[in-house]
Design a binder for this molecule. Structure first.
Ligand SMILES: CC(C)(COP(=O)(O)OP(=O)(O)OC[C@H]1O[C@@H](n2cnc3c(N)ncnc32)[C@H](O)[C@@H]1OP(=O)(O)O)[C@@H](O)C(=O)NCCC(=O)NCCS
Length: 213
């Protein structure tokens, strides 16, 4: 399928979502790939991962980019050669990117019951406002996970702990946005995140003007 959805955040900042219905062959067709990208795709164990990676290149094309415009730093964070910021996610049937002049982060996750089993690994103070018996408990956990992943991707810092350094403040599913606090050593800053539910998936993205926070 072509582009599934575009979310325009600012004139030069947008989220693009692809629903992956193409076969691996179709996704490979007519696609310029750097040698390093080709080697990565060939080395991926699952076809689903390969299709996710390649479908992201379809999203690049929508914005006039190709794989040749993208490079990764030593942490694995993607960058565009024209200096714009980019963040990438892929999960099962969907892939998404956010591109713009802001510092950006994006994550898409399938909503699954099993997230409740690992909740205490990435949540602590949030348990004060979460109701484990509420019908939206899994959906809320997925938003919290996505918000922390999105922020992690913005910060590109391996030293931020989801549980100890990032706290999502109380939010409702209806608002489709929330705030969270990043706190480490003497540093403390609040950031906003936005979310959408698409089929059984949760898309979360965050953006801010500062390089990181
Ligand atoms: C690297 C990581 C952010 C990827 O997230 P994910 O949910 O597994 O996968 P997604 O599909 O959403 O994102 C993958 C994309 O993230 C991007 N990415 C990888 N490392 C990155 C980094 N250090 N910074 C920013 N973006 C990064 C890449 O573009 C990658 O896709 P690509 O290689 O196909 O281009 C994640 O695996 C991670 O390390 N998270 C933090 C670790 C952690 O603390 N986890 C929770 C503990 S309870």
């Amino acid at each position: 399928m072509p582009l599934y959805k575009t979310i325009v955040i600012a004139p030069d900042t947008r989220v693009l979502i692809w629903k992956i219905t193409e076969s691996l062959d179709e996704l490979f067709r007519d696609k310029p790939l750097k040698a390093s990208s080709l080697a990565r795709v060939k080395g991926m164990k699952s076809e689903q991962h390969q299709r996710g990676f390649l479908s992201v290149r379809n999203l690049f094309e929508v914005l006039g980019y190709t794989d040749l415009d993208l490079y990764y730093d030593a942490f694995g964070k993607p960058h565009l050669s024209d200096g714009k910021n980019i963040s990438i996610t892929h999960s099962y049937d969907f892939s998404a990117i956010i591109v713009g002049s802001y510092n950006v982060g994006i994550d898409m996750e399938l909503q699954r019951e099993k997230i409740s089993k690992i909740a205490d690994k990435f949540i602590d103070p949030e348990f004060a406002f979460l109701d484990k018996t509420a019908p939206d408990y899994i959906r809320k956990l997925t938003v919290i996970w996505g918000a922390k992943e999105a922020k992690y991707k913005m910060c590109n810092s391996r030293s931020l702990s989801f549980k100890d350094n990032m706290t999502v403040n109380p939010f409702t599913m209806e608002e489709k946005k929330g705030t969270a606090t990043v706190e480490k050593d003497n540093f403390k800053k609040e950031f906003e995140f936005y979310f959408e539910e698409i089929e059984d998936f949760t898309l979360v993205y965050a953006l801010e003007q500062d390089k990181c926070g």
